[in-house]
Design a binder for this molecule. Structure first.
Ligand SMILES: Cc1ncc(COP(=O)(O)O)c(C=O)c1O
Length: 387
Protein backbone atom coordinates (compact mmCIF):
# COMPACT_ATOMS: atom_id res chain seq x y z
CA UNK A 1 0.00 0.00 0.00
CA UNK A 2 1.08 3.54 -0.58
CA UNK A 3 -0.15 6.44 1.49
CA UNK A 4 -0.19 10.18 0.90
CA UNK A 5 2.97 12.19 1.45
CA UNK A 6 0.91 14.70 3.41
CA UNK A 7 0.28 12.15 6.13
CA UNK A 8 3.87 10.98 6.34
CA UNK A 9 5.36 11.95 9.67
CA UNK A 10 2.04 12.86 11.30
CA UNK A 11 2.58 10.43 14.17
CA UNK A 12 5.02 11.55 16.80
CA UNK A 13 7.67 8.98 17.68
CA UNK A 14 8.19 10.61 21.07
CA UNK A 15 4.59 10.13 22.17
CA UNK A 16 4.65 6.51 21.08
CA UNK A 17 7.85 5.95 23.08
CA UNK A 18 6.44 7.78 26.08
CA UNK A 19 3.33 5.61 25.96
CA UNK A 20 5.42 2.47 25.73
CA UNK A 21 7.56 3.46 28.72
CA UNK A 22 4.43 4.36 30.67
CA UNK A 23 3.03 0.89 29.98
CA UNK A 24 6.33 -0.64 31.15
CA UNK A 25 6.07 1.24 34.43
CA UNK A 26 2.43 0.22 34.89
CA UNK A 27 3.34 -3.41 34.19
CA UNK A 28 5.79 -3.19 37.09
CA UNK A 29 2.93 -1.83 39.24
CA UNK A 30 4.76 1.48 39.68
CA UNK A 31 2.44 4.44 40.32
CA UNK A 32 2.21 6.98 37.52
CA UNK A 33 1.22 10.62 37.85
CA UNK A 34 0.34 12.00 34.46
CA UNK A 35 0.85 15.71 33.76
CA UNK A 36 1.12 15.20 30.02
CA UNK A 37 -2.50 15.38 28.89
CA UNK A 38 -4.19 18.72 28.24
CA UNK A 39 -7.66 17.47 29.15
CA UNK A 40 -9.35 19.20 32.09
CA UNK A 41 -10.21 16.75 34.87
CA UNK A 42 -12.68 19.19 36.44
CA UNK A 43 -16.41 18.65 35.76
CA UNK A 44 -18.69 21.01 33.85
CA UNK A 45 -21.23 22.90 35.96
CA UNK A 46 -24.46 21.08 36.78
CA UNK A 47 -26.65 23.53 34.86
CA UNK A 48 -24.70 22.68 31.68
CA UNK A 49 -24.88 18.90 32.17
CA UNK A 50 -28.58 19.09 33.07
CA UNK A 51 -29.43 20.81 29.79
CA UNK A 52 -27.40 18.25 27.85
CA UNK A 53 -29.26 15.40 29.58
CA UNK A 54 -32.68 16.93 28.89
CA UNK A 55 -31.91 17.63 25.24
CA UNK A 56 -30.47 14.19 24.57
CA UNK A 57 -33.85 12.72 25.55
CA UNK A 58 -35.66 14.61 22.77
CA UNK A 59 -35.95 12.55 19.56
CA UNK A 60 -36.20 15.70 17.41
CA UNK A 61 -32.64 16.66 18.35
CA UNK A 62 -31.02 13.88 16.31
CA UNK A 63 -31.24 15.71 12.98
CA UNK A 64 -28.24 16.91 10.98
CA UNK A 65 -27.58 20.35 12.44
CA UNK A 66 -26.61 21.96 9.18
CA UNK A 67 -27.05 25.52 10.46
CA UNK A 68 -26.06 26.73 13.92
CA UNK A 69 -29.08 27.39 16.15
CA UNK A 70 -29.86 31.14 16.04
CA UNK A 71 -29.99 31.15 19.87
CA UNK A 72 -26.45 29.82 19.92
CA UNK A 73 -25.17 32.53 17.60
CA UNK A 74 -26.97 35.09 19.75
CA UNK A 75 -25.38 33.64 22.91
CA UNK A 76 -21.93 34.01 21.33
CA UNK A 77 -22.69 37.60 20.27
CA UNK A 78 -23.78 38.46 23.82
CA UNK A 79 -20.83 36.67 25.43
CA UNK A 80 -18.29 38.49 23.21
CA UNK A 81 -20.05 41.79 23.84
CA UNK A 82 -20.23 41.26 27.60
CA UNK A 83 -16.75 39.84 27.98
CA UNK A 84 -14.69 41.79 25.41
CA UNK A 85 -16.97 44.62 24.22
CA UNK A 86 -16.60 43.18 20.72
CA UNK A 87 -19.56 43.61 18.35
CA UNK A 88 -20.27 40.62 16.15
CA UNK A 89 -22.92 39.99 13.50
CA UNK A 90 -24.42 36.52 12.94
CA UNK A 91 -22.65 36.15 9.58
CA UNK A 92 -19.33 36.74 11.32
CA UNK A 93 -19.66 33.61 13.49
CA UNK A 94 -19.46 29.89 12.85
CA UNK A 95 -19.68 27.12 15.43
CA UNK A 96 -17.71 23.90 15.02
CA UNK A 97 -16.96 20.59 16.67
CA UNK A 98 -14.02 22.01 18.63
CA UNK A 99 -11.20 24.35 17.64
CA UNK A 100 -8.97 21.38 16.87
CA UNK A 101 -11.32 20.57 14.02
CA UNK A 102 -11.40 24.19 12.86
CA UNK A 103 -7.64 24.63 13.09
CA UNK A 104 -7.05 21.48 11.11
CA UNK A 105 -9.13 22.83 8.23
CA UNK A 106 -8.87 26.62 8.24
CA UNK A 107 -5.69 26.69 6.15
CA UNK A 108 -7.51 24.80 3.39
CA UNK A 109 -9.69 27.88 3.00
CA UNK A 110 -6.79 30.32 2.99
CA UNK A 111 -3.56 28.80 1.69
CA UNK A 112 -2.65 27.03 -1.53
CA UNK A 113 0.10 24.44 -1.79
CA UNK A 114 3.45 26.21 -1.45
CA UNK A 115 2.04 29.31 0.32
CA UNK A 116 3.93 30.50 3.36
CA UNK A 117 2.28 30.29 6.80
CA UNK A 118 3.73 31.80 9.98
CA UNK A 119 3.34 29.69 13.10
CA UNK A 120 4.80 30.08 16.60
CA UNK A 121 7.73 27.92 17.70
CA UNK A 122 7.11 26.23 20.12
CA UNK A 123 3.70 25.56 18.72
CA UNK A 124 0.45 23.85 19.67
CA UNK A 125 0.78 21.08 17.08
CA UNK A 126 -2.38 21.61 15.00
CA UNK A 127 -1.28 25.20 14.23
CA UNK A 128 1.38 23.75 11.94
CA UNK A 129 -0.20 20.39 11.10
CA UNK A 130 -3.33 22.09 9.66
CA UNK A 131 -1.36 24.21 7.15
CA UNK A 132 0.87 21.21 6.38
CA UNK A 133 -2.22 19.23 5.40
CA UNK A 134 -3.01 22.10 3.03
CA UNK A 135 0.54 21.62 1.69
CA UNK A 136 1.55 25.11 2.77
CA UNK A 137 5.11 25.86 3.87
CA UNK A 138 5.58 26.55 7.56
CA UNK A 139 7.77 29.47 8.60
CA UNK A 140 8.21 29.18 12.39
CA UNK A 141 8.53 32.38 14.42
CA UNK A 142 10.51 31.82 17.64
CA UNK A 143 8.86 32.47 21.00
CA UNK A 144 11.81 33.31 23.20
CA UNK A 145 11.86 33.81 26.94
CA UNK A 146 14.01 36.93 26.56
CA UNK A 147 11.25 38.42 24.39
CA UNK A 148 8.48 37.43 26.85
CA UNK A 149 7.56 34.65 24.40
CA UNK A 150 6.05 37.19 21.98
CA UNK A 151 6.37 36.72 18.23
CA UNK A 152 8.92 39.32 17.15
CA UNK A 153 7.14 40.49 14.01
CA UNK A 154 9.62 43.27 13.32
CA UNK A 155 12.41 40.72 12.87
CA UNK A 156 10.65 38.93 10.05
CA UNK A 157 12.42 39.90 6.83
CA UNK A 158 10.15 41.97 4.54
CA UNK A 159 10.85 39.63 1.61
CA UNK A 160 9.50 36.72 3.67
CA UNK A 161 6.52 38.64 5.02
CA UNK A 162 5.53 39.58 1.46
CA UNK A 163 5.24 35.92 0.58
CA UNK A 164 3.14 34.91 3.60
CA UNK A 165 -0.56 34.22 3.37
CA UNK A 166 -1.50 33.34 6.92
CA UNK A 167 -0.24 33.90 10.47
CA UNK A 168 -1.44 31.69 13.31
CA UNK A 169 -0.98 33.09 16.78
CA UNK A 170 -2.30 32.38 20.25
CA UNK A 171 -2.06 34.08 23.64
CA UNK A 172 -2.42 33.03 26.43
CA UNK A 173 -0.16 30.48 24.83
CA UNK A 174 0.00 26.72 24.96
CA UNK A 175 2.68 25.54 25.74
CA UNK A 176 4.65 28.59 26.96
CA UNK A 177 1.74 30.07 29.01
CA UNK A 178 2.59 33.70 28.16
CA UNK A 179 0.00 36.42 27.64
CA UNK A 180 0.38 39.20 25.08
CA UNK A 181 -0.04 42.91 25.85
CA UNK A 182 -2.30 45.21 23.87
CA UNK A 183 0.70 46.67 22.02
CA UNK A 184 1.54 43.24 20.62
CA UNK A 185 -1.91 42.99 19.05
CA UNK A 186 -1.58 46.54 17.68
CA UNK A 187 1.63 45.46 15.94
CA UNK A 188 -0.04 42.28 14.74
CA UNK A 189 -2.84 44.19 13.02
CA UNK A 190 -0.33 46.65 11.55
CA UNK A 191 1.87 43.80 10.27
CA UNK A 192 -1.08 41.90 8.78
CA UNK A 193 -2.34 45.00 6.98
CA UNK A 194 1.10 45.97 5.71
CA UNK A 195 1.77 42.57 4.14
CA UNK A 196 -1.82 41.50 3.44
CA UNK A 197 -1.62 38.47 5.71
CA UNK A 198 -4.66 36.79 7.26
CA UNK A 199 -4.44 36.39 11.04
CA UNK A 200 -5.93 33.45 12.91
CA UNK A 201 -5.83 34.06 16.65
CA UNK A 202 -6.68 31.20 19.00
CA UNK A 203 -8.10 32.45 22.29
CA UNK A 204 -8.67 29.02 23.88
CA UNK A 205 -7.32 30.12 27.29
CA UNK A 206 -8.86 33.59 27.56
CA UNK A 207 -10.56 32.75 30.87
CA UNK A 208 -7.74 30.77 32.50
CA UNK A 209 -5.83 33.81 33.68
CA UNK A 210 -4.47 34.27 37.21
CA UNK A 211 -3.43 36.82 39.79
CA UNK A 212 -6.26 39.24 39.04
CA UNK A 213 -5.26 39.79 35.41
CA UNK A 214 -7.77 39.80 32.56
CA UNK A 215 -7.25 38.69 29.01
CA UNK A 216 -8.73 40.42 25.99
CA UNK A 217 -9.70 39.42 22.48
CA UNK A 218 -7.74 39.99 19.29
CA UNK A 219 -11.02 41.14 17.75
CA UNK A 220 -11.19 44.07 20.19
CA UNK A 221 -8.32 45.75 18.34
CA UNK A 222 -9.27 48.43 15.83
CA UNK A 223 -8.86 46.91 12.37
CA UNK A 224 -8.60 43.29 13.60
CA UNK A 225 -11.78 42.25 11.86
CA UNK A 226 -10.35 43.54 8.58
CA UNK A 227 -7.48 41.08 8.76
CA UNK A 228 -8.50 38.02 10.68
CA UNK A 229 -10.58 35.78 12.82
CA UNK A 230 -10.44 34.40 16.34
CA UNK A 231 -11.13 30.88 17.55
CA UNK A 232 -12.65 30.39 20.97
CA UNK A 233 -13.58 27.14 22.61
CA UNK A 234 -15.81 25.99 25.46
CA UNK A 235 -13.44 23.09 26.22
CA UNK A 236 -11.26 24.81 28.79
CA UNK A 237 -13.50 27.66 29.93
CA UNK A 238 -16.42 25.39 30.84
CA UNK A 239 -14.61 22.03 31.23
CA UNK A 240 -16.40 20.57 28.20
CA UNK A 241 -13.51 19.13 26.16
CA UNK A 242 -15.31 15.95 25.13
CA UNK A 243 -18.54 17.80 24.46
CA UNK A 244 -17.16 19.24 21.25
CA UNK A 245 -18.01 22.86 20.57
CA UNK A 246 -16.14 26.02 19.73
CA UNK A 247 -16.43 29.06 17.49
CA UNK A 248 -14.56 31.01 14.86
CA UNK A 249 -15.50 34.64 14.46
CA UNK A 250 -14.35 37.88 12.90
CA UNK A 251 -13.81 38.83 9.28
CA UNK A 252 -16.98 37.93 7.42
CA UNK A 253 -15.26 37.00 4.15
CA UNK A 254 -13.01 34.50 5.92
CA UNK A 255 -15.94 33.09 7.89
CA UNK A 256 -18.05 32.82 4.72
CA UNK A 257 -15.29 30.94 2.91
CA UNK A 258 -14.75 28.70 5.92
CA UNK A 259 -18.50 28.04 6.27
CA UNK A 260 -18.63 27.02 2.66
CA UNK A 261 -15.67 24.65 3.08
CA UNK A 262 -17.14 23.19 6.26
CA UNK A 263 -20.50 22.55 4.62
CA UNK A 264 -18.63 19.82 2.74
CA UNK A 265 -16.73 18.50 5.75
CA UNK A 266 -19.43 17.99 8.37
CA UNK A 267 -23.11 18.47 9.12
CA UNK A 268 -22.83 20.68 12.14
CA UNK A 269 -22.93 20.10 15.87
CA UNK A 270 -25.24 17.70 17.70
CA UNK A 271 -28.19 19.87 18.81
CA UNK A 272 -27.99 18.89 22.53
CA UNK A 273 -24.37 20.08 22.54
CA UNK A 274 -25.44 23.39 21.01
CA UNK A 275 -28.08 23.71 23.75
CA UNK A 276 -25.51 22.90 26.44
CA UNK A 277 -23.24 25.58 24.99
CA UNK A 278 -26.10 28.10 25.13
CA UNK A 279 -26.56 27.20 28.81
CA UNK A 280 -22.85 27.65 29.42
CA UNK A 281 -22.56 31.01 27.64
CA UNK A 282 -25.80 32.51 28.99
CA UNK A 283 -25.76 30.92 32.42
CA UNK A 284 -24.08 31.84 35.70
CA UNK A 285 -20.33 32.29 35.30
CA UNK A 286 -19.29 31.35 38.84
CA UNK A 287 -18.28 27.94 37.45
CA UNK A 288 -15.54 29.67 35.45
CA UNK A 289 -14.21 31.41 38.56
CA UNK A 290 -14.22 28.06 40.36
CA UNK A 291 -12.12 26.51 37.62
CA UNK A 292 -9.68 29.41 37.67
CA UNK A 293 -9.33 29.14 41.45
CA UNK A 294 -8.67 25.38 41.21
CA UNK A 295 -5.94 25.80 38.58
CA UNK A 296 -4.37 28.73 40.42
CA UNK A 297 -4.20 26.71 43.61
CA UNK A 298 -2.67 23.70 41.81
CA UNK A 299 -0.22 26.00 40.07
CA UNK A 300 0.91 27.54 43.36
CA UNK A 301 1.24 24.15 45.03
CA UNK A 302 3.30 22.72 42.16
CA UNK A 303 5.55 25.73 41.59
CA UNK A 304 6.20 26.34 45.29
CA UNK A 305 6.72 22.64 46.00
CA UNK A 306 9.16 22.17 43.11
CA UNK A 307 11.05 25.35 44.06
CA UNK A 308 11.48 23.98 47.60
CA UNK A 309 13.07 20.77 46.32
CA UNK A 310 15.41 22.60 43.97
CA UNK A 311 13.51 22.98 40.70
CA UNK A 312 12.70 26.68 40.26
CA UNK A 313 10.08 27.34 37.57
CA UNK A 314 8.44 30.57 36.40
CA UNK A 315 4.84 30.89 37.58
CA UNK A 316 2.52 30.72 34.56
CA UNK A 317 0.35 33.85 34.32
CA UNK A 318 -2.34 31.93 32.42
CA UNK A 319 -3.48 28.64 30.80
CA UNK A 320 -3.66 25.24 32.50
CA UNK A 321 0.02 24.51 31.90
CA UNK A 322 3.42 24.98 33.47
CA UNK A 323 6.37 25.55 31.12
CA UNK A 324 9.37 24.40 33.07
CA UNK A 325 13.03 24.81 32.18
CA UNK A 326 14.71 21.42 32.61
CA UNK A 327 17.35 21.05 35.33
CA UNK A 328 20.78 22.33 34.24
CA UNK A 329 22.41 18.90 34.25
CA UNK A 330 20.20 17.96 31.27
CA UNK A 331 20.57 19.21 27.71
CA UNK A 332 17.71 17.22 26.19
CA UNK A 333 14.06 17.58 27.17
CA UNK A 334 13.34 14.08 25.85
CA UNK A 335 16.09 12.54 27.98
CA UNK A 336 14.83 14.40 31.06
CA UNK A 337 11.23 13.33 30.33
CA UNK A 338 12.19 9.66 30.08
CA UNK A 339 14.32 9.82 33.25
CA UNK A 340 11.52 11.59 35.13
CA UNK A 341 9.06 8.90 34.09
CA UNK A 342 11.37 6.03 34.99
CA UNK A 343 12.73 7.45 38.23
CA UNK A 344 9.74 9.35 39.64
CA UNK A 345 6.76 7.92 37.72
CA UNK A 346 5.87 11.46 36.62
CA UNK A 347 4.86 12.03 33.00
CA UNK A 348 5.43 15.39 31.30
CA UNK A 349 5.72 16.43 27.66
CA UNK A 350 9.18 17.20 26.30
CA UNK A 351 9.35 20.78 25.01
CA UNK A 352 11.09 19.72 21.81
CA UNK A 353 7.91 17.94 20.71
CA UNK A 354 6.35 21.43 20.31
CA UNK A 355 9.15 22.62 18.02
CA UNK A 356 12.84 23.42 17.97
CA UNK A 357 12.48 26.37 20.37
CA UNK A 358 10.78 24.15 22.92
CA UNK A 359 14.05 22.35 23.61
CA UNK A 360 15.23 22.93 27.16
CA UNK A 361 11.69 22.85 28.59
CA UNK A 362 8.97 20.42 29.54
CA UNK A 363 5.24 21.08 29.78
CA UNK A 364 3.13 19.98 32.72
CA UNK A 365 -0.66 20.18 32.54
CA UNK A 366 -2.39 21.09 35.82
CA UNK A 367 -4.85 18.24 35.43
CA UNK A 368 -4.13 16.37 38.65
CA UNK A 369 -5.79 17.01 42.00
CA UNK A 370 -3.67 18.52 44.77
CA UNK A 371 -3.13 15.19 46.51
CA UNK A 372 -1.50 13.82 43.34
CA UNK A 373 0.57 16.99 42.90
CA UNK A 374 1.94 16.53 46.42
CA UNK A 375 2.78 12.91 45.65
CA UNK A 376 4.53 13.94 42.44
CA UNK A 377 6.67 16.53 44.25
CA UNK A 378 7.66 13.93 46.84
CA UNK A 379 8.48 11.35 44.15
CA UNK A 380 10.63 13.87 42.23
CA UNK A 381 12.47 14.78 45.42
CA UNK A 382 12.97 11.20 46.59
CA UNK A 383 14.27 9.86 43.26
CA UNK A 384 17.16 12.34 43.36
CA UNK A 385 16.82 13.45 39.71
CA UNK A 386 17.38 17.09 40.69
CA UNK A 387 20.62 16.54 42.56
C1 LIG B 1 -4.26 26.37 22.03
C2 LIG B 1 -5.32 25.34 21.89
N1 LIG B 1 -6.25 25.49 20.94
C3 LIG B 1 -7.23 24.59 20.78
C4 LIG B 1 -7.30 23.47 21.57
C5 LIG B 1 -8.36 22.46 21.33
O1 LIG B 1 -9.61 23.01 21.60
P1 LIG B 1 -10.93 22.22 21.31
O2 LIG B 1 -11.20 21.31 22.45
O3 LIG B 1 -11.97 23.28 21.12
O4 LIG B 1 -10.72 21.42 20.03
C6 LIG B 1 -6.36 23.26 22.58
C7 LIG B 1 -6.43 22.06 23.43
O5 LIG B 1 -5.57 21.73 24.20
C8 LIG B 1 -5.34 24.22 22.73
O6 LIG B 1 -4.40 24.07 23.67
Amino acid sequence: MEFSKRTNGLTSAIFAQLEQRKQEQLAKCRPIINFSIGTPDLPPADHIMNVLQEEVAKPGNYIYAIRDLPELTEAVINWYQRRFQVDLQPEEIIAMNGSQDGLSHIALAIADPGDLVFTPDPCYPIFSVGPQLAEAIIYPIPLLKENHYLMDLERIPAAIAQKAKLLIVSYPNNPVTAMAPYEFYEKLVWFAKKYDIIVVHDNAYCELVYDGQKCGSFLALPGAKEVGIEFNSLSKTYNMPGCRISFAMGNRRIIERFRNLKSHLDYGIFVPIQKAAIAALNGPQECVNRTVRAYASRRNLLIDGLAEIGWPIDKPPATMFVWAAIPPKYTSSVEFTFDLLEQAGVIVVPGSSFGERGEGFVRLALVQPEVEIRKAIRAIKDCGILT
